[in-house]
Design a protein around this ligand. Structure first.
Ligand SMILES: NC(=O)c1ccc[n+]([C@@H]2O[C@H](COP(=O)([O-])OP(=O)(O)OC[C@H]3O[C@@H](n4cnc5c(N)ncnc54)[C@H](OP(=O)(O)O)[C@@H]3O)[C@@H](O)[C@H]2O)c1
Length: 289
């Protein structure tokens, strides 16, 4: 299992390369060091980030730093085929595709194992037995420590876990993406010891002019709670996730070292149950029943 006592935050690398801030090698190294300085040792990748370029940039960067492989955890994902490479965006969970994708991620990240591989999105064509065979082969070859999924429903997790252990489900979860709190997803994951990783945890779509009236009103209510409690919106979001008993691990996608530091400071604070419900009420726009 990923050590739950470690700092819960995960650094999301999706925007580090050409899909975002286009950092150069010193930029990657500064970000990696900023994470390590505050105890964040887990880095979230996917084969497709930066149109298949970000893992290689990260690999080149961390290998030239004074970091022991066992002191960091590397997550990758596979299963999405991009239009830019394949002409049609689709999913592929076949055994050979997974094995090849992991080999490429290992080469790009300059490592001989992944701490965690996630199936990026559930495919309607997923054959759980075939997927399990791929995971078993990867574990047997020492290329993989843990296996998990991303964006899976409880039904999809139930099906797949008949054939292979699921350690993690990485889902979109934030004060404005709350379905998993009430639709049984988090309950299922707690029951089955599946770690929750939250992508886009901050939900910082701040341009009110671009939002529908209903969403803009929700933003204003959430902002009012943040102001009342002297939190930034980022703090409110992280504390909201931290307070849930599932032990949610937020994956923060910032490309700014100072925001990494701020997020780590935030995770030292906590909410009362009442403050959590204050946020919930603001999000929903009505009292709980
Ligand atoms: N499994 C999946 O399907 C999936 C899908 C999407 C993402 N992910 C993972 O989740 C990670 C996080 O996603 P995300 O980037 O959407 O999440 P996020 O952490 O909620 O958002 C980060 C964005 O918010 C901005 N931001 C503005 N103010 C900020 C503040 N005070 N503190 C921190 N950030 C602030 C950041 O800009 P600056 O860079 O300028 O700070 C960045 O653009 C990704 O990197 C990826 O690893 C997974």
């Amino acid at each position: 299992m990923i050590d739950k006592k470690k700092v819960r935050l995960i650094a999301g690398c999706m925007r580090w390369g050409i899909w975002g801030y286009k950092m150069d090698k010193p930029g990657y190294q500064e970000m990696i060091q900023s994470c390590l300085d505050v105890g964040i040792t887990t880095f979230d990748h996917a084969d497709i980030y930066g149109d298949h370029t970000t893992e290689a940039e990260f690999g080149t960067a961390w290998r030239d730093m004074d970091i022991k492989r066992e002191d960091i955890e590397l997550i990758s994902k596979c299963g999405i085929k991009l239009e830019s490479k394949y002409g049609l965006k689709s999913y592929d969970n076949s055994k050979q595709y997974i094995l090849d994708s992991v080999d490429q991620s290992l080469a790009d990240l300059q490592t001989d194992y992944l701490d965690l591989l996630l199936i990026h999105r559930p495919s309607p064509l997923m054959d759980p037995e075939v997927l399990a065979e791929a995971v078993t082969a990867l574990k047997k070859a020492g290329k993989l420590k843990q296996f998990g999924v991303s964006n899976f429903t409880t039904a999809q997790m139930t099906l797949l876990s008949k054939y292979v252990d699921i350690a993690v489900n990485q889902i979109e979860l934030s004060p404005i993406r709350t379905a998993a709190f009430v639709d049984g997803t988090l309950d299922y994951m707690q029951t089955n010891d599946i770690q929750t990783q939250a992508w886009s945890p901050l939900a910082l779509s701040q341009d009110l002019a671009e939002l529908t009236t209903k969403k803009a009103q929700r933003e204003q209510r959430i902002t009012a709670v943040a102001e009342k409690n002297n939190w930034t919106r980022a703090e409110l979001s992280l504390l909201f996730l931290k307070h849930h008993p599932a032990g949610i691990r937020p994956i923060i996608g910032t490309t700014k070292p100072e925001r990494i530091k701020a997020a780590a400071e935030t995770m030292k604070k906590s909410l009362t149950d009442e403050q959590w419900f204050e946020i919930w009420t603001a999000v929903k726009g009505q009292k709980v029943a």
